[in-house]
Write a protein that binds this ligand. Structure first.
Ligand code: SAM
Length: 289
């Protein structure tokens, strides 16, 4: 049998032998090229200390990339029970380095597992990718040291949002929440043909590195609220869109020192933080009746 650089069978054979026909409901698009998964892994490092968390290892392409690139401890969370036997072969080849948890990643708190520095490296199932990201961002808001880096693959359009600057079409809630807490760098695109089955869209790998402290003080819930209101009606001026917050809009805008005729996409991350602080002050001054 052909062997891959890590001495294990090629991923195509693994998928055939364990009958891992991709399920759409689990967002399964598998990467088969170990050169590519190793490249993603290298960008997720340094891997030789602490724990690397992978969400959705599937047949193990990225997992093997991480281990080939020197990861000392990988904890991988996979919901699809069909993948476990394939992953057990990887565990045996890298004794003591890979732990597979059969669970829904939405129910796992990585911040309490493994050891520091904690890094997340994953080709995320697209249907839960932003929910997971927002959850990790909340953890980073509470403790900027919780993760050393997050190297993630999303649909290109999502990475455009994470990295967008004010004044652009892609700038929105995700841009503000992400850039408030992390340096976000788009690394490289991956074309549909790299996957089995090929998705309709291009994917992009992004690396997020938490800032030592958030760009400006704000409470995460308040920042979520103001960005939700402002971008919920992104074509409207702030004096209109912020009405959904349920505080005196004129007073909020004046306190925050932003232009009432501005639209959400014109505000910087720092200005959103100011709005969030002023919103909270007004809310605390006049608790909802
Ligand atoms: N890492 C593999 C690769 O790059 O080839 C597979 C990536 S595939 C895009 C997403 C993986 O996430 C699948 O293996 C799928 O079964 C798994 N998955 C989907 N939903 C999940 C969930 N809620 N919790 C854990 N894993 C999940």
């Amino acid at each position: 049998m052909n062997r891959s650089p890590d001495g294990l069978p090629p991923l195509r054979d693994v998928i055939a032998r364990f009958e891992l026909a991709a399920k759409k409901s689990l967002g399964q698009n598998f990467l088969l090229d170990l050169n590519l998964t190793s490249r993603i892994a290298r960008n997720g490092g340094p891997l030789d200390q602490g724990t690397v968390f992978e969400i959705g290892p599937g047949p193990g392409g990225l997992t093997r990339g991480l281990l080939m690139e020197g990861a000392q401890e990988v904890i991988a969370v996979e919901k699809d029970q069909r993948c476990l036997n394939a992953l057990a072969e990887v565990s045996s080849a890298y004794a003591g380095k890979l732990t597979v948890i059969e669970q829904d990643a939405l129910t796992v708190d990585f911040s309490t597992l493994g050891s520091t520095p904690r890094r997340i490296v994953a080709n995320l199932p697209y249907n839960i990718s932003t929910v997971l990201l927002l959850r990790w961002l909340k953890q980073i808001a509470a403790d900027p040291t919780v993760y050393a880096s997050l190297t993630l693959m999303f649909q290109k359009e999502v990475v455009d949002r994470l990295t967008a600057s004010p004044g652009t079409k892609s700038y929105g809630r995700l841009s503000v929440m992400t850039q408030w807490l992390c340096r976000a760098q788009a690394l490289f695109d991956i074309p549909p043909r790299a996957f089995i089955p090929p998705p309709k869209i291009t994917s992009t790998v992004v690396r997020l590195e938490p800032h030592a402290a958030p760009l400006a003080p704000a409470e995460v819930g308040a920042l979520e609220k103001v960005t939700e209101s402002a971008f919920g009606q992104r074509r409207k001026m702030l004096r209109q869109s912020l009405k959904t917050l349920g505080v005196a809009t004129g007073e909020l805008i004046e306190r925050a020192g932003v232009r009432e005729t501005a639209r959400a996409e014109e505000l910087s991350v720092e200005e959103f933080c100011t709005l969030a602080r002023c919103y909270q002050e007004l809310k605390e001054a006049k608790p909802a009746s």
